[in-house]
Design a protein around this ligand. Structure first.
Ligand code: 6PG
Length: 232
């Protein structure tokens, strides 16, 4: 089942009857991508999603059979709160996965959002300059169709890789986000969507309505792993 959102990018929908099967498939995709990337390029570059949906997937990755020393971890977005604030996506990722596996600290690239959105966006844009194409970008979907911290009605400067957000409708209002263009520079993009609250955003996406999530258009397309009930 696929919907061509744009000529260069396909959306492949993968419904799952239960969250466990969805997470198992996502885990397999991430581990397989890591094995291919490490085999071909000696490094695996992954962009982690924030929010709550990915927590169980991250925990399930702790016992993955992979060379963690070859993992390079970035974030799709971050909230502008203190670096140790429980609301941080970097804190969530550390608690569920990164503090439990031997990824070298220098290869864990948190967005320095505690500096404020403008300064952090500049710093992270510099950090990404030589990174090239990601191997996997993980994303969630907001109730309003947002992805990362790209919200409806917000126009990001087209040429930016990383954008400062000041009026996010999902608290906190100040955030930093990779742009749709930068999130699209990836060999694979994986959306994880669970929860009744996402029904309308899924419906609009599938109806071809332009939502921020649908502006993420990698050449290889997008795989959407979702709760099957959201398609009913
Ligand atoms: C954030 C996330 C955000 C999230 C969606 C879905 O910082 O809030 O990056 O884009 O992925 O809002 O959130 P849930 O997974 O909690 O539903």
């Amino acid at each position: 089942m696929s919907t061509n959102v744009a000529a260069a990018s396909e959306v492949r929908w993968h419904p799952f009857a239960d969250g466990g099967a969805l997470r198992a498939d996502a885990r397999r995709r991430v581990i397989d991508s890591a094995a291919r990337a490490i085999d071909e390029r000696r490094r695996f570059v992954i962009v982690l999603a924030g929010g709550s949906t990915p927590r169980a997937l991250y925990r399930s990755l702790r016992d993955a059979d992979t060379d963690w020393t070859r993992w390079h971890v970035y974030f799709g977005d971050e909230r502008c709160v203190a670096a140790d604030d429980a609301e941080r996506n970097s804190v969530m990722a550390a608690e569920t996965l990164l503090d439990h596996v031997p990824i070298p600290p220098a290869q864990r690239h948190a967005i320095p959002a505690e500096l404020g959105a403008d300064a952090a966006a500049r710093r992270y844009s510099d950090a990404l300059r030589d990174v090239g194409e990601f191997d996997v970008v993980l994303l969630g979907l907001g109730e309003d169709g947002h992805a990362a911290s790209l919200f409806p009605g917000q126009v990001a400067p087209a040429e930016s890789d990383v954008v400062a957000v000041f009026d996010a409708p999902k608290p906190p209002p100040e955030r930093v986000s990779l742009s749709a263009a930068r999130l699209s520079r990836t060999r694979a993009a994986l959306f994880l969507i669970e929860g009744e609250s996402k029904r309308d955003a899924v419906r609009r996406w599938r109806a071809g309505v332009d939502i921020p999530a649908s502006t993420i258009r990698p050449r290889s397309g997008v795989d959407v792993l979702l709760d099957a009930s959201l398609l009913e």
